[in-house]
Write a protein that binds this ligand. Structure first.
Ligand code: PGA
Length: 253
């Protein structure tokens, strides 16, 4: 059974104290994670250890870094390596969020390096893909996303991609309040799975969790997550509100 994941992406929001309060509130809100379900918190680097400690012993709760360097180590002031993230006991790293691609010029080739370095450190990437508005309006989103997958993931082996996590986030739906319809999400998720099937076969593609991101809220999560190829969500704005994110966790299949 594929992992169903509700991933919170705090981005560059909240102080440590606000973040800890949010986690306390969330843990006291009713939530119930089944065996195949996970809640993942992608929090700012300085709080990774604090939030990890807060979630210690909570079954199926994980902490993720929002990024890592494509370099192993060395003179790269301000960067954080995959090895460092591994050394504090994390399992997940968000790779290639559209804000990293857009504001920090992360190309598909750089992201391929980041995915590699995560594998070397036994970290699970949450690999983000998704098209900007102009591509959606031109109707070429399928080939656009396919190229992102090809150029960043297709060098990997079938074993590496078994149980992998991809997040599809149409850029026009991120932080805009404009959600893709559940049909649009399903259509792209099915396309992503078919691209992975073509390259790696059905057995591998069926194990890949594909999360939807872009204005997921408590009010639309159930409908979106209910689609057959949607395995949860990567959630920005609504993950900063405890009751919202608790409801999103409870909307997982
Ligand atoms: P949003 O962000 O939920 O605020 O649209 C999603 C994301 O960027 O991961």
């Amino acid at each position: 059974m594929r992992k169903q994941i509700a991933a919170a992406n705090w981005k560059m929001n909240l102080t440590l104290q606000q973040g800890e309060t949010l986690i306390d509130e969330l843990l006291s809100a009713p939530h119930d994670l089944k065996e195949n379900q996970q809640a993942v918190f992608a929090v700012p680097f300085p709080y990774l250890i604090n939030i990890k400690n807060k979630l210690a012993g909570k079954k199926n709760f994980f902490v993720a870094a929002q990024n890592c360097s494509d370099k192993k180590s060395g003179a790269y002031t301000g960067e954080v390596s995959a090895e460092m993230i591994k050394s504090i006991g994390l399992q997940y790293v968000v790779i290639g969020h559209s804000e990293r691609r857009e504001y920090f010029n992360e190309t598909n080739a750089v992201l391929a390096e980041k995915v590699n370095i995560c594998f070397e450190n036994e970290l699970q990437s949450i690999f983000c893909c998704g098209e900007p508005l102009a591509i959606r309006e031109a109707g070429t989103q399928n080939s656009y996303v396919e190229t992102q997958l090809k150029e960043s993931l297709f060098h990997l082996t079938a074993a590496q991609l078994t149980g992998f996590v991809i997040a599809y986030e149409p850029i026009w739906a991120i932080g805009t309040g404009k959600t893709a319809s559940s049909e649009q999400a399903q259509e792209m998720h099915a396309h992503i799975r078919s691209v992975m099937t073509k390259q790696y076969g059905n057995d591998v593609a069926e194990t890949i969790s594909i999360l939807y991101g872009g204005s997921v809220k408590a009010s639309n999560a159930k409908e979106i997550f209910g689609k057959p190829d949607v395995d949860g969500g990567l959630v920005g704005g609504a993950s900063l509100i405890a009751v919202e994110f608790a409801a999103i966790i409870n909307a997982l299949k």
